[in-house]
Design a protein around this ligand. Sequence first.
Ligand code: NAD
Ligand code: UDP
Length: 315
Amino acid sequence: MRLSRRILVSGGAGFIGSHLCDKLLAEGHEVLCVDNYFTGWRRNIEHLVGAPRFEVMRHDVTFPLYVEVDDIYNLACPASPVHYQHDPVQTLKTSVHGAINMLGLAKRTRAKIFQASTSEVYGDPNVHPQPESYWGHVNPLGIRACYDEGKRAAETLFFDYHRQHKVRIKVARIFNTYGPRMHPNDGRVVSNFIVQALSGQDITIYGDGSQTRSFCYVTDLLDGFARLMASDDAFIGPVNLGNPVEFSIRQLAELVIELTDSKSRIVALPLPSDDPRQRQPDITLARNALGWEPKVALADGLKETIVYFRTLLAS
Ligand code: NAD
Ligand code: UDP
């Protein structure tokens, strides 16, 4: 096997995808970044354009793609509720048609393929924390279903391509991840709160802020991706990747205010429908099978992210 691999990253201009492109290039691989820029940003990858082993292709994964690759990371999909609900039909197509097209490519090229699945497959969970064996509690008709059910159907496709066509798959269920390169208008809670705090706007808590999330810093997540991709072919997942330390959204708001030394006030806005009450990964499987666990505490990751947004807003 060649040490340098040709690796396709779909969604490579997005928040996580752009960090993944950096990491794979730094490891000496060739990277083909595929993105339609729906929520991605050229700025995230502009430092890579012109690098000898980096290629970027504007392409929508709902259409077939014919390229030659060794590995595929399928990250293409809007991840923020605001954005994935903006065009729910396209969101569902991206998950389902995108998975079919990327799996078809993996089948033809015999590539190993990684799927960026999500904690949303558990819906509004009534098992807490969530182990991989939990089948979830998803409203199939609600406004989050385009994302949740799309990702669930994508997992089904991955497992069927594996069983039927022997495609080598790796399925990660990613819990809330944050860090530099989130878009300032992304709409997710960490970027919203930091941008609001730095620009003196009100901090918008949806509902009473007692709902919980567990926040993973992007470098920890990428370490999990690398371990999963390098694991034995027999280990296909799904495996939870997330930080098991749980915070309420109000605690997050207070921490962001403290770390930015902001004068912003906290205001309450209506809670969107089907917003999960609680979310915390059970990472026993990742610990045992991959020797993985997150290392970056929320306050430390937030400090790095605040530096990024401070610089961005100043420019
Ligand atoms: P992001 O929105 O920053 O990145 C998604 C990227 O996919 C963007 O660059 C976007 O332009 C691209 N894209 C969307 N539709 C596409 C299409 N049809 N064809 C080609 N490109 C398309 O989000 P992110 O946080 O970087 O998330 C990356 C992946 O990880 C997503 O699949 C998401 O569902 C998954 N995930 C992320 C989190 C998280 O907390 N960040 C949690 C769970 C799962
Ligand atoms: N949220 C909030 N204020 C915001 C954005 C989000 O209170 O400005 C809440 C949202 O209602 C949810 C949590 O923060 O309970 C996480 O939201 P996010 O959109 O980041 O991701 P989710 O985990 O819901 O997909």
